[in-house]
Design a protein around this ligand. Structure first.
Ligand code: TR5
Length: 139
């Protein structure tokens, strides 16, 4: 029965894709990440905004016309949002505020998305908390 096979095919393909994404994601080892080198300016990045606590730079593999990552300069255990403790409340607020500043600077304040991927099953690949700011495309 064709429709049932079709449904099965979609379900199986979705599972395979999810498994591939999980396998492709690196584990949260708590070790240094590529973002440490970006913060230290050992690796060049296209910086959009910077203050004492926060750095925002363009994603190397943009998923939208505007795709900026906002990160805390001091990771302080925040490999991912799931590691957040009460002491992180201030920096979490600063990251979101910086996301808004980035959206304004990039001219997309009227319409943008803010995304935090968390964990291997959430497609996180860099274990230094980061906020994706995406704008400039409606889909
Ligand atoms: O998948 P998650 O949510 O962990 O997001 C990590 C993001 O970091 C991805 O969107 C990558 O494209 C981005 N990324 C990875 C590297 C990188 C970067 N953005 C800017 N510059 C980068 N360098 C120099 N090296 C990377 N490996």
């Amino acid at each position: 029965f064709a429709p049932r096979r079709f449904v099965r095919h979609i379900a199986s393909s979705t599972n395979e894709e999810a498994a591939a994404r999980t396998a492709a994601a690196t584990a949260d080892t708590g070790g240094p990440t590529i973002f440490d080198k970006i913060i230290a300016k050992e690796i060049p990045s296209s910086i959009v905004y910077e203050d004492e606590k926060v750095l925002a730079f363009r994603d190397i593999n943009p998923q939208a016309p505007v795709h900026v990552l906002v990160i805390p300069k001091l990771r302080d255990g925040l490999t991912g949002l799931d590691k957040a403790e009460p002491r992180h409340a201030e920096i979490l607020g600063q990251l979101l505020y910086a996301a808004k500043v980035v959206a304004e600077k990039e001219g997309v304040a009227d319409g943008f998305r803010v995304v935090i991927n968390n964990g291997a099953e959430g497609c996180q690949s860099v274990y230094h908390l980061h906020v994706h700011v995406l704008g400039g495309r409606q889909n």
